[in-house]
Design a protein. Structure first.
Ligand code: NAD
Length: 506
C-alpha cells in the first residue's frame, strides 16, 4: 500500500489516553465505498508495544485483587454506553469496513451480548469446595487471572471479535492489550475510550495499532501470558506455534470454508433465502459465511440455482450510507483484486459462472472508485479447483453437486477447514445424524449461520482453530483463568508421625 496525504493519524491507547505513534511508520486507512483515504493508522514499534505491556503489567495486581463484583459493575456501565451509542460505533465501522450500518450494528450487539455474559463474573468465578476430603481436611479450588493478556483481531468484525475476548479477560481480573486490524482500527479506540469512561482503571485495557512487528513483539514478550487470536489460517498457525513456543497460552481461530447441504426434502424457498443472507451478507467477509452449497441430486441443484439467480441479480450493492444497500464493498482494493482473481480461476478451471459479479459497476455518484463487486454464483465446482480448496472471503457462492447425503458429508470431511456447516432438511434422522457425526465445530440445522450465543462458545475444528479453547461462554472463562486448589487442615489436638508414603483414605 502507498502512503497518501492522510490528514489524521489513528493513534494507540495506553493508560486511558490516546498516544501518538512514534515509530515513524503508518499505513493509510481507506473508505472502501469511495476508495479514498483521509486518515492513516500508526504502526507500533517493539518499544511502543513494550510500553503498553508495561502499563498493563503495572495495572494487573490491583485490578486482579479488585472484587469481581466491582469489576463487573464497570463492565455493566460499559454495556450501558454500548446500548446508548452503539449506532455511532456502527457508523464508524461501516466507514472503514464497508458493511451496511445495520449489519455493523448487528456485530456491535453480538459483542455487547458477551459483555452481558461477562457481568455475571462473580457467579462464573465462584469456586468449588469439598468438605472432609480426608479426616479434618477440606479442599477448595478457585480460578485466578493470568496477568497481561493480548488479543489480535481481524478486519471483518472490528468490534465484535475484540468483544469476544476482552469483556471476559477483564472481568476475570486480567489486564489486556488489543492489536486490532490495521485496515479498520478506529472501533478499537472508541471501545477503549468507553471502557475508560465506564471507570476502568488506567492500564487495564490498552490498544496498540500495528502490523507484524507489533504482533511479534507481543508473541515474544515474557510478560504476555496469553494470546487470543482470530484471523486467517496461516497467521493463526504462526501465532499458535510462536506463542506456545514462548510458553504462552494461545487460542488461535483461523479461516473457514463453510458448506450447506440441501437435501431433497428441504424447504427450498427457505434454503434459498438462507443462502442469500449467508453467502452475500457482509459481502461474504464472514468466517461463518456459507461459501459452498451442496445440493443433493441434480434436480435439487437445478431448482436451487433457478431460485438463486434472480435474487442474486437483484442484490442491492451500494455504500453503507445508502439505507437501500443490502451488500457493501469489499474491504480493500487488494481484496477486491483477490476475489476477482478467484472468479477468473474458477472460469479457467472449467466451472460455470452462472451470475458474474465481476460485471457489476457502481454508478452512484461519488462511489465509482469504491471496491464493489456483485454477488457471484458458480456451478459445477469440483474439489480439484482452487475456488473449492481455498477460502475466497467474498460474495461468491460455489455449488458442488452431490448424489447422496453420504457423498455430501464426505465432501465436508475432505475440506481442511471445519468452522461451521449447515443442513437443510425436514427429516429428523438426517438432522440428528448430521449434528452428531459431522466433524465441524458449529452446526446449523435449517440455520445457515449457526453462530453460538455469548453464553455458549464459538470455535471451529481442524484448520479453523489452533489451541484447546473456543471463544466466550465458559470456554472464555477457562481460557482467561487458571485453577488453584488449596487443601486445608486445622488439626486441633491432633498429633501425627511423619508419613513417607502417598496419603490415601485407605
Ligand atoms: P489476517 O490473518 O490477515 O489478520 C488477522 C490479524 O493478524 C490482524 O490483526 C493482522 O494485523 C495480523 N497479521 C496479519 N499478517 C500477519 C503476520 N504475517 N504476522 C503477524 N500478524 C499478522 O486476517 P484478516 O484478513 O484480517 O481477516 C480475515 C480472516 O479472518 C479470514 O480468513 C476469516 O475466515 C478469519 N476469521 C476467522 C474467524 C473465526 O472465528 N474462525 C472470525 C473472523 C475472521
Amino acid at each position: 500500500m502507498q502512503e497518501t496525504t492522510s490528514t489524521t493519524q489513528i493513534a494507540h491507547f495506553i493508560n486511558n489516553a490516546r498516544v501518538a505513534g512514534r515509530s515513524g511508520r503508518s499505513q493509510p486507512v481507506f473508505n472502501p465505498a469511495t476508495g479514498e483515504s483521509t486518515r492513516s493508522v500508526a504502526l507500533a514499534s517493539t518499544e511502543e508495544v513494550n510500553s503498553a505491556v508495561a502499563a498493563a503489567k503495572a495495572a494487573w495486581p490491583a485490578w486482579s485483587k479488585t472484587p469481581a463484583l466491582r469489576r463487573a459493575r464497570i463492565l455493566d456501565r460499559f454495556k450501558a454506553i454500548l446500548w446508548e451509542r452503539g449506532r455511532e460505533l456502527a457508523e464508524i465501522i461501516s466507514a472503514e469496513h464497508g458493511k451496511t450500518v445495520d449489519d455493523a450494528y448487528g456485530e456491535v450487539t453480538r459483542g455487547l451480548e458477551v459483555v452481558e455474559f461477562a457481568v455475571g463474573a462473580p457467579h462464573l468465578l465462584k469456586g468449588e469446595f469439598s468438605e472432609d476430603v480426608g479426616t479434618g481436611v477440606d479442599s477448595h479450588a478457585i480460578r485466578q487471572s493470568l496477568g497481561v493478556c493480548a488479543g489480535i483481531t481481524p478486519f471483518n468484525f472490528p468490534a465484535m471479535v475484540p468483544m469476544w475476548m476482552f469483556p471476559i479477560a477483564l472481568v476475570t481480573g486480567n489486564s489486556f492489550i488489543l492489536k486490532p486490524s490495521e485496515r479498520d482500527p478506529s472501533a478499537a479506540l472508541i471501545l477503549a475510550e468507553w471502557l475508560a469512561e465506564a471507570g476502568l482503571p488506567e492500564g487495564v485495557f490498552n490498544v496498540v495499532n500495528g502490523d507484524k512487528e507489533a504482533v511479534d513483539a507481543l508473541l515474544h514478550h515474557p510478560d504476555v501470558k496469553a494470546i487470543s487470536f482470530v484471523g486467517s489460517t496461516p497467521i493463526a498457525q504462526y501465532i499458535h506455534q510462536t506463542g506456545t513456543a514462548n510458553g504462552k497460552r494461545v487460542q488461535a481461530l483461523g479461516g473457514a470454508k463453510n458448506h450447506a447441504i440441501i437435501m431433497p426434502d428441504a424447504d427450498l424457498d427457505l434454503a434459498t433465502n438462507a443462502l442469500m443472507g449467508a453467502a452475500f451478507g457482509s459481502a461474504g467477509e464472514r468466517c461463518m459465511a456459507i461459501s459452498v452449497a451442496v445440493p443433493v441430486t441434480d434436480a435439487v441443484a437445478d431448482a436451487l440455482i433457478e431460485r438463486l439467480i434472480p435474487k442474486i441479480e437483484a442484490l442491492k450493492v451500494g455504500p453503507a450510507t445508502d439505507p437501500a444497500s443490502e451488500m457493501g464493498p469489499l474491504v480493500t482494493a487488494q481484496h477486491l483484486d483477490k476475489v476477482r482473481g478467484y472468479i477468473d480461476s474458477g472460469a479457467q478451471e472449467g466451472a460455470r459462472i452462472v451470475v458474474d459479479g465481476r460485471r457489476f459497476e457502481q454508478k452512484m455518484q461519488g462511489y465509482e472508485d469504491g471496491y464493489f463487486i456483485g454477488g457471484t454464483l458458480i456451478d459445477q465446482v469440483t474439489t480439484d479447483m482452487k475456488i473449492w480448496r481455498e477460502e475466497i472471503f467474498g460474495p461468491v457462492l460455489s455449488v458442488v453437486r452431490r448424489g447422496s447425503y453420504q457423498e455430501a458429508v464426505d465432501l465436508i470431511h475432505a475440506c481442511p477447514y471445519a468452522n461451521g456447516t449447515a443442513v437443510f432438511t425436514r427429516d429428523g434422522d438426517t438432522a440428528r445424524a448430521f449434528s452428531h457425526d459431522i466433524e465441524v465445530g458449529m452446526i446449523g440445522i435449517n440455520v445457515p449461520i449457526p453462530v453460538p450465543m455469548a453464553f455458549h462458545s464459538f470455535g471451529g475444528w481442524k484448520a479453523s482453530l489452533f489451541g484447546e479453547h473456543h471463544m466466550h461462554g465458559m470456554e472464555g472463562v477457562r481460557f482467561f483463568t487458571r485453577i488453584k486448589t488449596t487443601t486445608t487442615r486445622w488439626p486441633r489436638g491432633m498429633r501425627e508421625d511423619a508419613q513417607f508414603v502417598m496419603p490415601t483414605l485407605g
